[in-house]
Design a binder for this molecule. Structure first.
Ligand SMILES: C[C@@](CO)(OP(=O)(O)O)[C@H](O)COP(=O)(O)OP(=O)(O)OC[C@H]1O[C@@H](n2ccc(N)nc2=O)[C@H](O)[C@@H]1O
Ligand SMILES: Nc1ncnc2c1ncn2[C@@H]1O[C@H](COP(=O)(O)OP(=O)(O)O)[C@@H](O)[C@H]1O
Length: 271
């Protein structure tokens, strides 16, 4: 079975509290974007094997999230040995949720292909065991995430027809360290209100990613890229999640910013 897990961006990210288990309470809108990996599995004659191609995936000492998703389901359901191949196109550790998406798509595909008939809420609870971003990719629709990011409700925001510029300057930022650098606070504006009721032209004033303050101080190039995205006509620009990817949303076909496109991972896409 061949599937194409996609990336996400965060439209606003408020970090409101540090919880006793070390995690943080957040509010964020996760929005799917059409930047995709390719993931294939076929039944194997021998033991399960995992290979990857495309951009390299730095190991964090654990199995790849795709294998962890497979093993998680295999504990509860009969699944055959598999040959699994992942072609990595979404930058890793970039705030784009690529690994989480691979894992969630693997769960969905195994349930479909082997007729496990798992409904979305069941799949979301498996996904939550693999990472905070993972449950979102089960339904893969714009969602307001709260709690540690795993509590989801639909978000009525629609960017269809807009264009996106996505830049990953290659800085790898650990999510854990990024959270550790923040100071949780009560948000000034309600995310749901901004996204569902206010015009996108007002987002620049009110929609904030709380990671930016600390990360931009350490990596000033990120603030420069964001400023340039606005300079080139973005209606809204921000860092995605814990970074270091930045995006700009444009009404018209966006310009190619040569200073960045020749140096960094740089993509334009229609939403
Ligand atoms: C920041 C966000 C925003 O969407 O995404 P990314 O930028 O990483 O894509 C998410 O909260 C990341 O989700 P995910 O990447 O799945 O993180 P996890 O594997 O669950 O957690 C990695 C580490 O981040 C910290 N963590 C994560 C989530 C959270 N609400 N509070 C935390 O403090 C914990 O230290 C945890 O050990
Ligand atoms: N399939 C995968 N794709 C990307 N990263 C993976 C994968 N499986 C495990 N990882 C690990 O997860 C970490 C976070 O990956 P990713 O989801 O791309 O980042 P982010 O949480 O910033 O969006 C990587 O640094 C890597 O060590």
């Amino acid at each position: 079975m061949l599937i194409f897990p996609n990336a996400k961006i965060n439209l606003g990210l408020q970090i409101t509290e540090k919880l006793s288990n070390g995690y943080h309470a957040i509010n964020s809108c996760l929005y799917p974007i059409p930047l995709k990996d390719a993931l294939e599995f076929v039944p194997a004659k021998k033991k399960t094997a995992f290979n990857s191609s495309g951009s390299s995936i730095p190991s964090d000492g654990k199995d790849n999230l795709v294998i962890r998703a497979y093993k998680l389901l295999k504990k509860d359901f009969h699944l055959p040995e598999l040959n699994i191949h992942l072609h990595k196109n979404i930058p890793t550790g970039a705030g784009l949720g690529g690994g989480s998406s691979d894992a969630a798509f693997m769960l969905k595909a195994l349930s479909d292909y082997y007729q496990l008939f798992l409904d979305d809420s069941f799949l979301e609870s498996y996904a939550a065991q693999l990472g905070s971003d993972c449950p979102f990719f089960i339904q893969n629709k714009p969602a307001l995430a709260s709690g540690t990011g795993t509590e989801l409700e639909p978000c009525n925001v629609n960017l269809s027809g807009y264009h996106l510029v996505l830049i990953h300057p290659g800085l790898h930022i650990s999510t854990k360290e990024a959270y550790a650098g923040t100071t949780p606070k009560e948000p000034e504006h309600q995310l749901k209100e901004i996204l569902e009721k206010a015009d996108i032209s007002t987002w620049r004033e009110t929609l904030v990613n709380d990671f930016e303050e600390s990360i931009f101080k350490k990596q000033p190039i990120l603030a420069e890229i964001k400023a340039e995205l606005y300079e080139q006509g973005a209606i809204y620009a921000a860092m995605s999640g814990s970074g270091s990817s930045l995006f700009g949303i444009y009404k018209e076909q966006p310009p190619i910013i040569k200073a960045f496109s020749q140096k960094f991972f740089y993509r334009t896409m229609s939403l």
